[in-house]
Design a protein around this ligand. Structure first.
Ligand SMILES: Nc1ncnc2c1ncn2[C@@H]1O[C@H](COP(=O)(O)OP(=O)(O)O)[C@@H](O)[C@H]1O
Ligand SMILES: [Mg+2]
Length: 324
């Protein structure tokens, strides 16, 4: 397995209290596989990604438990300089907001080229040529002319392609894309998703695709891990999950996808709000919002039940949910 995260815990100690952002996340990604991590805002998706990348804001953040294995290496035991080598060359990240992630006063060619100068010891001239190549790879038209332009001269979709090119530069084994298309309009979203899927195949990379939008991942993901209050509550191959969710939260998310054939109908959004991470409800964290909750749900934390060999659900009533 390329990435193997086991029982990861992350807390934030703030003046107001301790926010338990990640509470025992276990997930795995193989080479060539796309895992979508899905959950509402605040469910701990980005914090999980930051912990894996080694860019967690510490303090106030702190990893309080678990292991992160990457290509068999225990990342949490590495020294910072070794960890830095893993970033970029081993795994790279694509963020939501290209404009604030790219340097506004450097041309995109200089920024892309920098990767090769710093990590590969290339000359400026060779690095520039590689930058043009990369821009071609992510299908930026007229790359040779545009390589000297600055980030603000590109559209949102093109900037996101530049971010993807930066991530690809050192041909990492894994890319983590954190809401890479959230800031884009729907058509451009689909194009960027398709590009990611295509590059994933071309380079045989693992891809972790973080999103709060179940609608955008169906075509590109192999598996989906659904997060709620810092835990994976359901994990399944994408088609199984769409066909029959084994967790009421997943069902709620599926029901709230706007469908073209149901235009004008009211969205069936999940009632209530995500929990306060400084005061997570006892038992199943989802129980206050769950239409299926029973007494056990208020007291006992559901373990991740094996639904079948490659599927899990952290719901006491997963059978009823699956067949209901
Ligand atoms: N820098 C930070 N300082 C304090 N708390 C944080 C910080 N980053 C994240 N958190 C806490 O972790 C929670 C989960 O955040 P995040 O992983 O960003 O959610 P999302 O699923 O939307 O990506 C936040 O709601 C917040 O309570
Ligand atoms: Mg996030």
């Amino acid at each position: 397995m390329l990435l193997d995260v086991r029982d990861l815990h992350v807390e934030f100690r703030t003046r107001d209290g301790v926010a338990k952002a990640v509470n025992g996340v276990t997930l795995g990604v193989d080479a060539g596989e796309t895992l979508a991590v899905l959950g509402e805002s605040g469910s701990g998706k980005s914090v999980t990604a930051q912990a894996v990348m080694g860019i967690l804001d510490t303090p106030p953040g702190r990893i309080t438990g678990g292991r992160i294995l990457f290509q068999g290496r225990d990342l949490l035991s590495l020294k910072e300089d070794e960890r830095r080598k893993v970033r970029g060359a081993g795994m790279a990240m694509v963020f939501q907001d290209a404009l604030s992630s790219l340097n506004p006063v450097l041309s995109v060619g200089d920024q892309l080229g920098e990767m090769f100068v710093v990590h590969r010891g290339m000359s400026r001239k060779d690095a520039r040529a590689r930058a043009v190549e990369l821009m071609d790879r992510v299908r930026i038209p007229a790359a040779r002319e545009r390589v000297s332009q600055y980030p603000h001269q590109f559209s949102g979709g093109m900037r996101q392609r530049i971010m993807i090119a930066m991530a690809l530069a050192l041909e990492p084994a894994l890319i983590i894309a954190d809401e890479p298309t959230t800031a884009l309009d729907v058509t451009v979203q689909a194009q960027v998703m398709d590009l990611l899927a295509e590059l994933r195949r071309e380079y045989d990379m693992g891809l972790v695709l973080i999103t709060h939008d179940l609608g955008v991942v169906a075509d590109v993901a192999d598996r989906i891990a659904v997060m709620y209050a810092g835990r994976i509550v359901e994990s399944a191959p994408v088609h199984d999950l769409y066909k029959a969710p084994a967790h009421p939260y997943t069902r709620g998310l599926l029901d709230s996808i706007p469908r073209l054939d149901q235009k004008g109908r009211e969205l069936n959004a999940i009632r209530g709000l995500p929990p306060n991470l400084m005061d997570i409800p006892p038992g199943c964290a989802f129980h206050p919002r769950c239409p299926m909750a029973g007494d056990t749900c208020r007291t006992d934390v559901p373990p991740l039940h094996e639904v079948d060999e490659d599927r899990g659900s952290a719901c006491h009533f997963w059978r009823e949910c699956l067949h209901g």
